[in-house]
Design a protein around this ligand. Structure first.
Ligand code: ACM
Length: 398
């Protein structure tokens, strides 16, 4: 095998793994052989950013649970895992200079469970585990909204227009905010971003920026611009949900489209690259259908074929291909709290997003894909990965 980079060689090995049958297909000898088709494969990914997000804030997921997800992402040639590390219901990453974030803010989650957080050692272990599999971790601290757990830990962060912080275990959004006008808020964020950036070798820091419904627009813009400078100071490239395009952001920043295509167009016109993550197509936490066990459906149902039959390259009319950094499939965790439930929502749809991120549009065909998807059963079973056995696919059970 020839590859230009170690990551390329690693992805080539995944192709080989995918070609090896689950059971020996050799019936002629007593020494089983695992025969694979011969041929030459010249391959390269379509996008340089192929990602999933895991929300470890609404429900906490252990290091072992995250590693299991990373293993599967690596097998399907993803190269990024975005960790949503803070939200109204919980703060999940140890910050040594501000210990109450985890002592107070880490002790809750949706539904009233005990929450949890990663120590810095555990976070570094996750980053290294991912790096060994050529996966970059993108840490997200969501702000100025989605910050109830932080403001509960340190009340000076709280914005007067927001709801008074208290332990939140419900699923509401849009009621919390940092105070954009206080210098102490930015000194706090300098420490938080600095500690996380120092443990994160990857190039990105995600500032969230979504659904800050109680933050006055002028305060929101001021906040995003100031935090953008802090991210630069710590030598990271800022990513934010599409709302941050309302601010005057550095063209090196990346916009993650989840909701408003106009934000994506505006940002691309000023030079930013776009990550394509539309809730209606790419949110792994949307239910498959009305009888799905887990998930939400505010952006609609996403059956397995609907999740596959769209093209990130043409999803936003007027957005040039060169402006697209890649694709991400986010998994929000309001309704899931362990690997079995996580996998029920992620699999099999994540396998389709892997293909949308890797393969050129001319190779994307549902009828063809669903045969390949059906053949994933031996891998999923061997790895003890739970999946939603949609009737749209004729699963190749052993
Ligand atoms: C989001 O779904 N609020 C980014």
């Amino acid at each position: 095998m020839n590859a230009k980079t170690a990551a390329g060689a690693f992805r080539g090995v995944q192709t080989l793994r995918q070609l090896i049958p689950g059971k020996s297909n050799d019936t002629l000898t007593d020494h089983p052989l695992w025969v694979i088709p011969s041929g030459k494969i010249m391959d390269a990914p379509k996008y340089g950013y192929r990602s999933s997000m895991l929300d470890v804030a609404r429900h906490f997921f252990t290091v072992e649970e995250v590693k299991k997800y990373i293993d599967a992402l690596a097998y399907y040639k993803f190269n990024t895992l975005h960790l949503h590390l803070s939200d109204d219901q919980g703060w999940r990453i140890e910050i040594k200079s501000w210990p109450k974030l985890t002592e107070v803010g880490g002790a809750s989650e949706v539904g009233g469970g005990e929450g949890g957080f990663y120590t810095q050692e555990q976070y570094k272990d996750l980053v290294a585990y991912a790096a060994d599999r050529h996966i970059t971790i993108v840490p997200e601290i969501d702000m100025p909204g989605h910050t109830n757990s932080a403001s509960l830990s340190y009340p000076f962060l709280h914005y007067a227009g927001a709801e008074t912080p208290r332990v939140r275990t419900d699923m509401k959004v849009g009621y919390s905010s940092f105070d954009a006008k206080k210098d102490t808020v930015y000194s706090f964020l300098d420490d938080v971003i600095g500690e996380i950036a120092a443990m994160t070798p990857g190039p990105y820091f995600h500032i969230g920026g979504d659904e800050s419904h109680v933050t006055k627009k002028s305060d929101y813009i001021l906040f995003v611009e100031k935090v953008g400078k802090l991210v630069q100071k710590h030598n990271k490239r800022m990513i934010g949900w599409d709302e941050i395009a309302q601010a005057d952001i550095d063209p090196n920043s990346v916009i993650q489209l989840w909701n408003n295509v106009e934000n994506a167009i505006k940002a691309s016109e000023s030079g930013s690259k776009i990550i394509i993550s539309p809730a209606k197509k790419a949110y792994l936490d949307m239910k498959y259908d009305s009888i799905s066990e887990y998930g939400l459906h505010w952006a609609g149902y996403i059956p397995v074929d609907v999740g596959y039959k769209w093209d990130p390259e043409t999803y936003v009319e007027g957005l040039a291909k060169e402006n697209i950094l890649g694709i991400e499939a986010p998994l929000w965790s309001e309704t899931i709290s362990n690997s079995t439930e996580l996998e029920y929502l992620a699999f099999p749809r994540i396998i389709g997003y892997a293909e949308l991120g890797w393969s050129q549009s001319e190779y994307l065909d549902w009828d063809d894909y669903k045969e390949r998807l059906a053949a994933q059963v031996p891998y999923l079973e061997a790895m003890q990965i739970n999946y939603y056995p949609t009737k749209l696919v004729d699963w190749k059970k052993e």
